[in-house]
Design a binder for this molecule. Structure first.
Ligand SMILES: [Zn+2]
Length: 80
């Protein structure tokens, strides 16, 4: 999935999770300034956790944003 695909579905942010079990930091980043052709997983390879400094992070579209901004149909997508 690319940022363009994600925006078509009404999501403009990425949810980032730290995979360090001692940390489990979670944050949402805004990616408005990045081009549409960038693949979502490529962010995971570039980022590191701001809390523990770990490089094992999971990145996915912030579907929760869609559930809030669109309507009830978005709810079924908010499963992880
Ligand atoms: Zn962390």
């Amino acid at each position: 999935m690319t940022l363009g695909n994600m925006r078509e579905q009404g999501v403009r942010g990425l949810a980032v999770f730290c995979l360090n079990h001692a940390c489990l930091h979670r944050t949402v980043i805004n990616v408005d300034e990045y081009p549409a052709e960038i693949e979502v997983p490529s962010f995971g390879r570039r980022m590191k956790c701001s809390k523990c400094g770990g490089r094992r992070v999971d990145v996915r579209p912030n579907w929760r944003e869609r559930a809030q901004s669109v309507d009830w149909r978005g709810r079924s997508a908010w499963e992880m």
